[in-house]
Design a protein around this ligand. Structure first.
Ligand code: HEC
Length: 140
């Protein structure tokens, strides 16, 4: 094989890899419905009752960890949103509000780029509290 051919082969491999990466990467997904969640997640019950206290805690956590992308009212208009290259999901939408607490818990815990995984950022209790707060957003 001469060098030109070798170079061509090399670039084909590199571009094919890049193409595969970007075409299967989360950034090209339209967000929302196609987010696969294991069936068991639906069965996880929220252990934190939705009391005034837990909603208040959730509000605090939301302000610290979520508002930058999801926005004050939850509709996805946070200041960082426009730099993400992906639409920030409207948390007040039916798409989100119709999902079980366990499913939201799974998504918040695992994250999906560019949304970070909160498993190490927030405590268990805090993730449930923020879900209680997100529930209160639909009625605002
Ligand atoms: C860096 C920006 C960013 C931060 C911070 C962030 N999110 Fe997100 N969030 C997103 C984006 C973008 C999506 C859409 C992701 C997708 O569909 O792949 C999303 C999706 C979601 C979804 C899933 C909606 C669905 O498709 O079912 C929930 C629930 C959610 N976020 C809640 C939260 C909560 C609660 C917090 C704070 C603890 C938070 N997010 C923090 C950017 C962010």
């Amino acid at each position: 094989m001469n060098t030109t051919k070798l170079n061509l082969t090399f670039f084909t491999v590199v571009f094919a890899t890049l193409f595969l990466f970007f075409s299967t990467n989360n950034f090209s997904n339209p967000s929302g419905k196609d987010w696969k969640v294991p069936g068991i997640a639906k069965k996880i019950k929220n252990p934190i009752p939705s009391t005034q206290l837990s909603i208040k805690l959730g509000e605090k956590i939301y302000a610290q960890s979520c508002v930058i992308c999801h926005g004050e009212s939850g509709i996805g208009d946070g200041p960082a949103g426009k730099y993400l290259g992906k639409k920030v999901t409207d948390l007040t939408s039916k798409l989100v509000q119709s999902q079980k607490d366990g499913v939201l818990y799974y998504k918040i815990t695992r994250g999906r780029a560019p949304m970070p995984a909160f498993n190490t950022i927030l405590k268990d209790k805090e993730r449930w509290a923020v879900i209680n707060y997100v529930r209160s957003l639909k009625s605002k």
